[in-house]
Design a protein around this ligand. Structure first.
Ligand code: PLP
Length: 379
């Protein structure tokens, strides 16, 4: 299968099949890499269910095709109710959990109608659920705040919240969860403290329990419990500060590519791009690539950020423009107009570009622009 799908934006376009538009910006989504990464999570947490996190358009990869490809997942998770409804509309029938909604009677009803589970993270939300009379009771995920201090019941509130949720007729099953702030650091006392707090508040309660994000799934087996919640690792990004044997095996799912649209020779002492940020030290050959910050390539990328063309890593030179970037290809005379450049993927890790640009891979992936075409590939 190698099909250009309109599932990403939902806007079909027949122009896409014309040959000229083939050489445009494309995010190639390798579904085999997704399956490979999922299998690593399964292998590392063989006794836990896997809740695949596909919020924010599956971290920018296209929520519907990714959900459809994750057949082996036990549950799916999104941030907002609209994302869950989109999945139901597209015929995805797996259990879905909504992580972070402002809970209202209308939303609770929608969850009930479409069999969508809801994270209940404060007393107001819980009371609203308890007061709802629903056609079908919903699955509730009670969130404990163990130290992230963003969402969740306090440790003092939690036991009562559990009792009330357990006896509510609008709730079918109660599950327990919490979220780590710093699981990407292997030797981290904060994660240990959060884990211990979660254990002490939940061991006596009869319910499925969930703690681990990708980093903890990869590196902290004692946090796996009943359900693990990997996100970023499924897309092939290693979240660990210190990689492990398994995290090293993750494969990039998105390969973001754009064409070389112009090549020129410049003399020594000439500048490239806005504000003359880069100036050549010798006569140089410069390629202009048709992707810019409007497409999600970060404007904060510094000079020398790597871009791959024909298997070579060549350096970014000058500021990133709205629609273009320039790279120095002096060392590789075979590079020419029409070649496809990889901005991130298997040759340049998205985390590397993110790091150089002062951000994280999560942000770059979720900010891929609307002009980018998505091709879903299974080898
Ligand atoms: C986003 C999210 C995850 C997944 O985190 P990764 O670091 O991408 O693995 C897990 N749990 C919750 C509550 C989340 O919001």
């Amino acid at each position: 299968m190698h099909a250009s799908q309109d599932l990403h934006t939902g806007t079909g376009s027949s122009i896409e099949s014309q040959p000229e538009t083939r050489q445009s910006i494309v995010a190639k989504i390798h579904l085999d890499a997704l399956s490979h990464n999922f299998a690593i999570a399964r292998k590392l947490a063989p006794n836990s269910e896997i809740m695949a996190v596909i919020k924010a358009n599956a971290y920018g990869h296209g929520i519907v095709p990714i959900a459809a490809a994750l057949k082996a997942a036990d549950l799916l998770a999104v941030a907002r109710l609209d994302e869950a409804l989109r999945l139901r509309t597209e015929g995805i029938d797996k259990p879905i959990v909504v992580f972070s909604e402002l809970i209202s009677p209308a939303k609770i009803n929608t969850c009930s109608q479409h069999d969508i589970g809801l994270v209940i993270h404060n007393r107001d939300g819980l009371n609203t659920v308890i007061a709802s009379s629903l056609p079908v009771p919903i699955d509730a995920w009670l969130k404990l705040d163990t130290g992230m201090h963003r969402l969740g019941f306090s440790t003092q509130e939690f036991a009562a919240a559990y009792q009330d949720a357990n006896s509510a007729s609008s709730i079918r099953r109660v599950h327990l969860m919490s979220h780590f702030a710093t699981a990407d650091h292997m030797e981290d006392v904060h994660t240990d403290r959060q884990t211990a707090l979660f254990e002490s508040c939940t061991t006596d309660l009869k319910a499925k329990r969930s703690l681990a994000n990708s980093a903890a799934t990869l590196s902290k087996p004692h946090t796996h419990l009943d359900v693990v919640r990997p996100g970023i690792m499924l897309y092939g990004v290693d979240p660990l500060e210190t990689p492990t044997e398994h995290s090293r095996q993750l494969k990039a799912v998105m390969h973001l590519e754009a064409p070389v649209i112009a090549v020129r020779e410049i003399g020594s002492g000439e500048s490239v791009g806005y504000n003359r940020r880069w100036i050549s030290k010798k006569p140089s050959r410069i390629a202009t690539i048709g992707i810019g910050y409007a497409d999600g390539y970060p404007r904060s990328a510094p000079n020398l950020t790597p871009v791959a063309i024909r298997g070579h890593r060549v350096p970014l030179v000058g500021y990133v423009s709205m629609d273009m970037i320039c790279v120095d290809i002096t060392a590789h005379p075979e590079i020419q107009i029409g070649d496809m450049a990889q901005l991130w993927g298997d040759q340049v890790r998205v985390a590397e570009v993110a790091d150089l640009s002062g951000t994280i891979a999560y942000e770059l992936l979720t900010r891929v622009g609307k002009r980018v075409r998505y091709d879903y590939i299974r080898d």
